[in-house]
Write a new protein. Structure first.
Ligand SMILES: Nc1nc2c(ncn2[C@@H]2O[C@H](COP(=O)(O)OP(=O)(O)O)[C@@H](O)[C@H]2O)c(=O)[nH]1
Ligand SMILES: [Mg+2]
Length: 416
């Protein structure tokens, strides 16, 4: 026996079933029911349609022969009634199913909306991240420009860049100096050692203008304190200065030492005093300083030697502060050794800043990196008063002048 299968599409189950019955007869079997939507958005708002696939056994000739409008039997009528009830039930089921599908669609739409929103949020976040990354790249570039990456210079200037770096000068300053060379010197003369050296010396001299040696007071002693870390040459420098002022300049000088931590320290200054013939006072506590100063008010110059203070040591620093508060020196000179690295020098300056008003750079004879002075000149407003360049008392000291500082910082230049 053959089956005839046909698909019916209608607006609702009842109407579609009616059509099936009319075409295929009451004996038709429903194979599949499906409702779907036509048109609309996200499966909503469209028109619900019903699709029913039905099949019927190809009827023997007798059935076919049966006239269409033959009167129905009562039994047939009942069967049809039952059929209608079944259809109604089916319709209800389908409507329930449609309700469920509607709910699902709504939930789906919610999900889709949430997804869209999430995507929008993600886009905003991504944009912000991109902006942050750009900012960080920029900052990174700035840092590189500021301190880091060595610039590549043209062949005649590259050896100078290397030379300045060896002298302890930092990249930003090297850049500044060589750019000035590029402006001062015509390109064909970049190979000329003397032309480049002259430009560099000029620029560096201009940087070193902040220098002031000790100036004596009228009618009262000029009180000069030397402060700084241990071993930088404070006591030796006082010996040199005292000898210079008393022996060469014939000034009336006295020495006071507040460095009573080691006997040797007191002995050291006393020895200098004896050699140059000036009085040495020993002060055991800050309270004694006023008396010592009063005792020498007839002098033109009084040097105060202090104990070396570690800038890291807070107690030491407060003791030094107490001493300076009592002594009220006219000049307070912070001694820094040129052998220290720039970072340490800057840290010492920062710690001693409030107690000092001048700088002395010592031990210039001990370093090839005197250029590092320039890094700190760039970053402090304190004038440099003296530089020292050896252990010999009283000879190895110089009044700081821009020209001399530049010479020390730059050195002899590239060797031929
Ligand atoms: N090479 C060199 N050594 C120096 C100079 N100034 C001081 N010194 C030496 O550094 C050491 C410590 O000096 P000193 O005056 O006792 O340092 P202080 O602890 O700061 O008082 C001594 O051996 C000095 O001879 C200098 O300009 N050059
Ligand atoms: Mg000392």
């Amino acid at each position: 026996m053959q089956m005839r299968v046909k698909r019916f599409v209608g607006d609702n189950v009842a109407e579609t079933m009616g059509r099936i019955k009319r075409e295929l007869g009451s004996e038709a079997i429903i194979l599949q029911t499906r409702q779907f939507r036509e048109g609309g958005f996200f499966g909503l708002f469209g028109r619900t349609r019903v699709e029913i696939t039905a099949a019927v056994e190809d009827q023997p000739v007798a059935v076919k022969k049966m006239p269409e409008e033959a009167p129905l039997h009562k039994a047939a009528e009942r069967a049809e009634e039952k059929e209608r009830e079944r259809e109604k039930e089916k319709e209800k089921e389908i409507e329930k199913e449609i309700g469920i599908k509607m709910k699902e669609a709504k939930e789906l739409r919610k999900l889709q909306e949430a997804e869209v929103e999430r995507e929008r949020d993600t886009a905003v976040l991504k944009q912000e991240l991109d902006q942050m990354r750009q900012l960080m790249e920029k900052m990174n570039q700035n840092i590189l420009n500021f301190s880091g990456d060595q610039m590549a210079w043209s062949p005649p200037l590259q050896p100078w860049a290397d030379y300045l770096r060896e002298r302890g000068i930092q990249e930003p300053l090297i850049r500044q100096l060589l750019r000035q060379v590029q402006q001062d010197v015509t390109e064909e003369d970049w190979w000329s050692r003397s032309a480049v050296y002259f430009s560099l010396k000029n620029s560096i001299t201009k940087m070193c203008v902040n220098t002031t040696p000790i100036r004596l007071e009228q009618d009262k002693p000029c009180v000069v304190a030397l402060i700084g870390p241990t071993g930088v040459g404070k006591t030796t420098t006082i010996g040199k200065l005292a000898a210079g002022f008393s022996i060469v300049d014939k000034r009336k000088v006295a020495l006071i030492t507040a460095d009573t931590y080691r006997v040797a320290a007191v002995e050291q200054l006393k020895t200098f005093g004896d050699i140059i013939g000036v009085a040495v006072e020993v002060v055991m506590a800050p309270a004694g300083i006023a008396e010592a100063l009063a005792k020498h008010k007839d002098k033109e110059l009084i040097f105060i030697d202090t104990a070396g203070r570690s800038p890291q040591h807070d107690l030491h620093m407060s003791e030094l502060r107490a001493l300076i508060d009592k002594a009220k020196p006219d000049v307070s000179m912070l001694v820094l050794s040129a052998t220290m690295n720039t970072q340490d020098m800057l840290q010492v300056i920062q710690r001693f800043q409030l107690l000092a008003d001048h700088l002395i750079i010592s031990k210039l004879d001990e370093t090839q990196c005197a250029g590092n002075m320039l890094n700190l000149i760039e970053q402090t407003s304190m004038p440099i008063a003296y530089v020292t360049n050896g252990q010999n008392v009283p000879d190895d000291i110089e009044v700081a002048t821009p020209e001399r500082l530049a010479l020390y910082a730059l050195g002899g230049g590239l060797s031929a």
